[in-house]
Design a protein around this ligand. Structure first.
Ligand code: ADP
Ligand code: LRH
Length: 500
C-alpha cells in the first residue's frame, strides 16, 4: 500500500484544529480512502485589550507551529499544509514587513454605524451589486472604514493587508499572498468583474496598493522558511493556499450526489446556501440580503449568514461564569426534556451579535414579543435550537425563491451537527431530509484542495467521491410535521415585526 499525507489547519471562531489527512490505497481498494487524524486542537479565546476586542494572533501562530511540529513528532510526514479560517479579519503589515498592532476581532464594536456611513458615501445598492455580499457590520470594508473614520495611524503606515490565513502563511513562509475566497469576504472585491474594486477604494480613501492580486485556491504559496523549519525541527514543507475561507473549504467537502444541492455549514455561524457557477446580484438578492462568496474551483456560493450556535456558545459561557458548567451533551439533554415550542427568538436580530448578557437579551426579546420568558436552562437551550431550525426553514425557502430550484433536503456539515437534537429539529422544521456529515468538513475540504494541488487527486469530483466513501452520513427524516408547521406560522408572526 502507498499513502500520501497533508496537514490541514482549520481555525474557527471557537476553536482551532490541526488534522492530518492520508489517502490510503490498498490492493483491494484502488480508489483509496481518506483517513483523518486529529493532531492538535486548541480553544480560540479572544482578548479584550483596553477598548477593543482582538484575536490572540501570536498564540494562533504558535498553535499552528505546534501543530506542524507535532505532526512530525507523531511520525507523520505531510508533504504540505494549508490553513483556513473564519472570514473578513486581517492584519496590516508595514513597509519593513512587520505586523502593525494586534488584529481586531470582527465582533469588536468599533464598526458600529460604519455600514450606514458607507451606504451614505457610496450607495447601498451599488455596494451590493459590486461586491455581491450580504451586509454584515463586520465586513472588512466596514472595519477599514472604522480605521479611516478614527484616523488610525496604523492604516497610514500600512503597506499590505493580509487576511488571517494569508497572515499566518506569511509568518510561516515569508511570502505575502492574497487568497481569492477570503478576498471575496472583504466587500472590496468586485464579484462580477473578478478583481479588486479600485474605484470604490479610491472613493473611500483606501490605497489600492494595500491589496495584492488574489490567487486561486490550490496555488502553492511557498515553503516553510528556513528559520521556522529549524525552530520546529521539521522539513521545509509546502504551504498551499487552500479555499482559505472556512465556509468555502467546508463546501468543497459536502458529499452531495448532484451539483445542485443546498447545504448548511453549522458552526459558530450557520451558513445556508447553494453553489452556483455565476454570482447572482439582482435586486431581489439584495432585498433578501444573501451573499455571493467566491468558492473553490470557479464556484460562487449563494448563501446567508445566520447567527448560528454562537447564541448557545454565549449562553454556555455565561452559565460557566456563574459557576454552572455544562457540557453540550448535558445542555442538549436538558433541552430535550423541556416543554416544546414555548418561546421563539429571531436569531438574526443584531442584539444577539455581541451582547454582554446573552441570557438577558433572550429574555428581553421574549418579553417584548409577548412570549413566556425561559426559566430553566433547558428552556433557554430549546428556545435557541428551535428558533435556529425555524430560521433555517425560512432561509431555505427564500433560497429556493431566488434560484428557482427545489432542494429535496439539506446537507449539514460542521461541528454543530454533533448536536443531534438540532439536526432533528431542522429536518422537522423543514419537512425535508437532513444528511449530516462530515463534522470536520472545513478541514477535509482544505485537505482535498491540497491533494488536487499536489496531483494526488485529479479534480474536486474525485475528492467528493473520496469523502462519500470514507465518512458515513447520518440521515434524519421529518417527524411531527404538523406541530412544526404550526410553530413556523407562530415564528413568522413573532418575528415579522422584528425583521428590518
Ligand atoms: P467554529 O469552526 O466556528 O469554531 P465548529 O464547527 O467547531 O465551530 O462548531 C462549534 C459548535 O459545535 C459549538 O457552538 C457547539 O454548539 C457545537 N458542538 C461542539 N461540540 C459539540 C458536542 N460535543 N455536542 C454537540 N454540539 C457540539
Ligand atoms: C464562519 C465565517 C463566516 C463569516 C464569519 C466571520 O466561520 O467564516 O462565513 O461570515 O465566519
Amino acid at each position: 500500500s502507498r499513502s500520501s499525507a497533508v496537514l490541514a489547519f482549520d481555525l474557527g471562531a471557537s476553536s482551532g484544529r490541526a488534522l492530518l489527512g492520508e489517502i490510503t490505497f490498498t490492493d483491494h481498494n484502488s480508489s483509496g480512502m481518506l483517513k483523518i487524524t486529529e493532531i492538535h486542537r486548541f480553544t480560540n479565546t479572544p482578548v479584550q485589550l483596553g477598548e477593543h476586542l482582538h484575536w490572540n494572533f501570536p498564540m494562533l501562530l504558535q498553535e499552528v507551529k505546534h501543530g506542524i511540529r507535532k505532526a512530525f513528532q507523531d511520525g507523520y510526514e505531510p508533504v504540505s499544509y494549508g490553513i483556513d479560517s473564519w472570514g473578513v479579519d486581517y492584519g496590516l503589515i508595514d513597509g519593513n514587513g512587520e505586523l502593525i498592532g494586534v488584529p481586531y476581532h470582527y465582533r469588536d464594536l468599533r464598526t458600529e454605524g460604519m455600514m450606514e456611513h458607507t451606504w451614505k458615501q457610496v450607495g447601498r445598492e451599488r455596494l451590493f451589486q459590486e461586491s455581491g455580499l450580504q451586509f454584515m457590520p463586520f465586513n472588512t470594508i466596514f472595519q477599514l472604514q472604522a480605521m479611516l473614520t478614527s484616523k488610525s495611524p496604523m492604516l497610514k503606515i500600512a503597506d499590505k493587508i493580509l487576511l488571517t490565513p494569508d497572515l499566518l502563511n506569511y509568518f510561516l513562509t515569508g511570502v505575502q499572498t492574497c487568497e481569492f475566497t477570503m478576498a471575496t469576504t472583504t466587500q472590496l472585491y468586485h464579484i462580477t468583474e473578478g478583481k479588486w474594486n479600485e474605484k470604490l477604494m479610491a472613493e473611500l480613501g483606501l490605497p489600492a496598493s494595500l491589496f495584492m492580486d488574489p490567487v486561486q485556491p490550490g496555488t502553492i504559496v511557498g515553503k516553510l522558511q528556513d528559520s521556522v523549519a529549524q525552530e520546529l525541527g521539521v522539513p521545509a514543507i509546502e504551504a498551499i493556499a487552500v479555499a482559505s475561507h472556512d465556509t468555502e473549504s467546508a463546501v468543497v467537502a459536502v458529499p452531495a450526489n448532484s451539483s445542485n444541492f443546498a447545504y448548511l455549514v453549522c458552526g459558530t455561524w450557520s451558513l445556508l446556501g447553494t453553489e452556483l457557477s455565476k454570482p447572482l446580484v439582482h435586486s431581489e438578492v439584495l432585498e433578501e440580503d444573501f451573499s455571493n462568496e467566491g468558492g473553490a474551483y470557479q464556484t460562487y456560493q449563494l448563501l446567508k449568514n445566520i447567527m448560528g450556535l454562537w447564541i448557545l456558545q454565549e449562553c454556555k459561557r455565561q452559565w460557566e461564569n456563574e459557576g454552572m458548567t455544562y457540557s453540550y451533551a448535558e445542555l442538549i439533554e436538558l433541552a430535550r426534556e423541556a416543554e416544546p415550542f414555548r418561546s421563539i427568538i429571531y436569531p438574526d436580530d443584531l442584539r444577539f451579535m455581541n451582547p454582554s448578557d446573552m441570557l438577558a437579551e433572550i429574555r428581553e426579546y421574549c418579553s417584548e414579543t409577548g412570549q413566556p420568558i425561559p426559566q430553566s436552562t433547558g428552556e433557554y437551550v430549546q428556545c435557541v435550537l428551535q428558533s435556529l431550525a425555524l430560521r433555517y426553514r425560512e432561509v431555505l425557502e427564500r433560497l429556493e425563491d431566488l434560484t428557482g430550484q427545489h432542494y429535496e433536503g439539506l446537507h449539514m456539515v460542521g461541528g454543530g451537527i454533533q448536536n443531534e437534537l438540532l439536526c432533528r429539529y431542522t429536518t422537522n422544521a423543514m419537512g425535508r431530509t437532513v444528511w449530516a456529515g462530515p463534522v470536520e468538513a472545513s478541514a477535509i475540504g482544505n485537505m482535498l484542495v491540497q491533494f488536487v494541488a499536489n496531483g494526488i487527486l485529479s479534480n474536486r469530483n474525485e475528492g467528493v467521491e473520496l469523502v462519500k466513501r470514507s465518512f458515513p452520513l447520518a440521515w434524519f427524516e421529518p417527524e411531527c410535521t404538523e406541530d412544526w408547521n404550526a410553530a413556523f406560522v407562530h415564528y413568522k408572526l413573532v418575528t415579522k415585526q422584528r425583521q428590518v
